[in-house]
Design a protein around this ligand. Structure first.
Ligand code: PHE
Length: 339
């Protein structure tokens, strides 16, 4: 075989390898074009050629080198673009695909009811104030006419942090805090958490929520209290709702009353919700005691006021038909998702 044939054969071989499916281009390059490669070996034998043949073979060898290099470069390009193609295809995003549905949450039923209450009172000109849950004995009891050892403390036993600092057992201390730094006319509500050391059962919880109301101005009477609560009851439970005052005692109001609404399920004839009573108790209320006004430097000769405190859980249970207070705090989705 002469040198030209040898070269041609080598070229054919190399190209065939380059075009093969799993060509190892680096290996092929070394094998044919490397320092110890086959092409170099052929060229080394050129000394034996005639002067005439040498340049021809040299030129052919150079052409073949260029051919092989070009073929390798082209194949490398192909491999690269194939890989890119594959990557793009595997990473393709269909932006028109519908999203996985995220379950939408909603407000807790207690929060819903609290907001509903707030809206009703805001509509009547009340503004919202907040008070601390960790409270001084003075605000929670003493300023409200409940001195140490007063029997009313028994019904509102709570959690003490020190002898004088406790978790508030009612929202009524906010009355005192408000009147201390705001002078009449005052028209506020104050919703929030309260605490009592009651055992947990279907109607009691050591943590629950109240909403306090307070109005102080010149000439405020029990009629204003009744009118306000009547408007509230109708807005909350329906236009046909009536209210009823029963005499009661709170140390910080005088006179005091417990207030019932006519049952909004049976209208007053008696049913399961109102336990046959026809009425549902919803709050405590009364005219602000002169002692409390004086404690806050408000002249009871000039000003009078009314206050009320309602249990948010109680209202929520009645209006949503819930028979166990514990359901509010267990955060069971099966319960919460119903509201
Ligand atoms: N704080 C009283 C309670 O928790 C309710 C109340 C508030 C009564 C305001 C009268 C006036 O029982």
């Amino acid at each position: 075989m002469d040198m030209k044939e040898k070269l041609e054969q080598m070229k054919a071989e190399a190209l065939e390898q380059i075009h093969a499916e799993n060509a190892d281009l680096e290996q092929i390059k070394i094998r044919y074009l490397g320092k110890k490669g086959e092409l170099t070996a052929v060229l080394r034998g050129m000394g034996a050629l005639s002067n005439e043949e040498r340049p021809k073979i040299g030129q052919l060898a150079n052409e073949i080198r260029a051919n092989i290099e070009a073929a390798i470069a082209k194949k490398a390009q192909e491999i690269q673009s194939k890989a890119l193609d594959l990557k793009l295809r595997s990473e393709r995003l269909d932006v028109t695909m519908p999203a996985k549905p995220l379950p939408a949450g909603h407000l807790h039923p207690l929060t819903q009811v609290q907001r509903q209450l707030e809206e009703i009172f805001i509509g009547m000109g009340f503004s919202i104030v907040e008070g601390p849950e960790v409270e001084l004995d003075y605000y929670n009891f003493q300023a409200l006419n409940i001195p140490k050892d007063h029997p009313a403390r028994d019904t509102q036993d709570t959690f003490y942090i020190t002898d004088n600092i406790l978790l508030r057992s009612q929202t009524s201390p906010v009355q005192v805090r408000t009147m201390e730094h705001r002078k009449p006319p005052i028209r506020i509500i104050s919703p929030g958490r309260v605490y009592r050391s009651d055992a947990l059962d279907s109607t009691h919880s050591p943590l629950f929520h109240q909403l306090e109301g307070l109005v102080v101005d010149e000439g405020i009477t029990m009629g204003d209290l009744k009118g306000t609560l009547e408007v509230f009851a109708k807005k909350m439970f329906g236009e046909s709702t009536r209210i009823r005052f029963r005499p009661h005692h709170f140390p910080f109001t005088e006179p005091s009353a417990e207030v019932d609404v006519s049952c909004f399920v049976c209208g007053g004839s008696g049913c399961r919700l109102c336990k046959g009573e026809g009425w549902i108790e919803i709050l405590g209320a009364g005219m602000v005691h002169p002692f409390v006004l004086s404690n806050c430097d408000i002249d009871p000769e000039k000003y009078s006021g009314f206050a009320f405190g309602l249990g948010i859980e109680r209202i929520a249970m009645a209006s949503l038909g819930i028979d166990d207070i514990r359901l509010f705090y267990e955060n069971d989705q099966r319960f919460l998702s119903q509201f």
